[in-house]
Design a binder for this molecule. Structure first.
Ligand code: BGC
Length: 353
């Protein structure tokens, strides 16, 4: 009898222990799973606030190889950007230069590791980050031939970064243009979103319109209706001859040298007219807007650059609730002088007063 009772107690204790341990392990598993579930149901307008005032880390990872255009990203850039008061970084990335050209179009692991480091930096310095696909030149020339590769690249990027928090956003393609027309782009975009959504149901996606992503092409954008978690991004370099004077990659842009911008009524009216195209579209479609790039090249006079930049960042964008990412940190449009390791203070103040 005594033995039976003793035996029963042993069984009871074992059962209780098993129950407790299985409960706690279920709890752990659930916790782990919860922390891995991609955030769904995000408000894209709140997400756009996270982007707030940001900057492009241009001329580094969208070059054929990092460093080829003179910029190699360093930890101190992220620190400086964060301490200056920026909220986000946009990372232009030329994935197509780091992946095989035949199926399954595998992205190089070393390159992924470099992007993992960016993730670490953005987290460490509390910056939201946009990962885009930049300079996929082949798809602009021959969309059909490159569509499969485009989608395969996004499949891999999405899989790799599916557990990142909501502060990381994906931008399928920078400035679609040439043979990748609005109609074709609307189509490819829908397919890219489908691919991203398989692994990232809650990821906020940033969408650039065709025709170089300018204000005028935003109304041509067709976003799948059920897609709520998106931000629309356009690029603003107007008047183009002023902002791009002396750019080495625009033929005859030396002829534009000397153009100034002082914010006259006419100059502002022109900018309002362009910006209104986007504002009106955004209201009609209820979409948040980001200016993914805007900036003025270093060969324009500094005073004009400051007045124009101040006008976009401090007047246009806030009055329209647009978030923005200035083009760019430390190269030809740069607000940071890498040779002397100092901010170009007046340009920085034009952005973050
Ligand atoms: C391009 C850069 C260029 C910038 C301003 C970006 O989208 O990738 O090469 O400097 O626009 O034109």
């Amino acid at each position: 009898m005594k033995f039976t009772r003793f035996f029963n107690s042993i069984i009871a204790i074992t059962l209780i222990a098993f129950f407790v341990s299985s409960c706690s392990s279920t709890e752990t598993t659930q916790k782990e799973e919860t922390s891995k579930i991609t955030p769904t149901g995000l408000d894209p307008f709140a997400q756009n606030e996270l982007l707030g005032r940001g900057i492009n880390l241009g001329n580094s990872l969208e070059a054929p190889t990092e460093g080829e255009w003179g910029m190699v990203l360093e930890e101190k850039f992220f620190k400086l950007i964060s301490e200056a008061g920026f909220n986000s970084v946009r990372i232009p990335i030329k994935w197509s230069a780091h992946a095989s050209t035949s199926p399954p179009y595998k992205i190089d692991e070393d390159f992924f590791l470099r992007i993992d480091w960016i993730v670490e930096m953005a987290k460490k310095y509390r910056l939201a980050a946009i990962f885009n696909m930049h300079h996929f030149d082949e798809i602009f020339e021959e969309p059909k031939t490159n569509k499969e590769r485009f989608l395969a690249l996004w499949e891999q990027i999405s899989e790799r970064y599916k557990y990142l928090p909501k502060e990381f956003l994906f931008e399928p393609l920078n400035e679609p243009h040439a043979n990748l027309t609005s109609d074709i782009w609307n189509n490819y975009l829908a397919d890219a979103i489908k691919i991203i959504r398989i692994t990232n149901p809650g990821r906020t996606i940033i969408i650039n319109s065709a025709e170089w992503g300018g204000a005028g092409s935003v109304p041509k954008l067709v976003i799948p209706k059920k897609e709520e978690n998106v931000i629309v991004s356009f690029h603003f370099y107007e008047p183009f001859h002023f902002t791009h004077q002396g750019t080495e990659w625009n033929k005859s842009s030396d002829d534009w040298l000397g153009l100034t911008w002082s914010g006259t009524d006419d100059e502002i009216a022109f900018i309002n007219e362009r910006m209104d195209i986007v504002t009106n579209w955004a209201k009609e479609h209820n979409r948040p807007i980001n200016i993914g790039e805007f900036g003025c090249y270093s060969r324009a006079d500094m005073k004009s650059r400051i007045v124009w930049t101040t006008h976009i960042a401090q007047v246009q964008a806030p009055s329209r609730d647009f978030s923005w990412n200035y083009w760019e940190f430390g190269a030809g449009f740069g607000i940071y002088d890498r040779d002397s390791s100092v901010w170009r203070e007046k340009l920085l103040k034009a952005l973050i007063p």
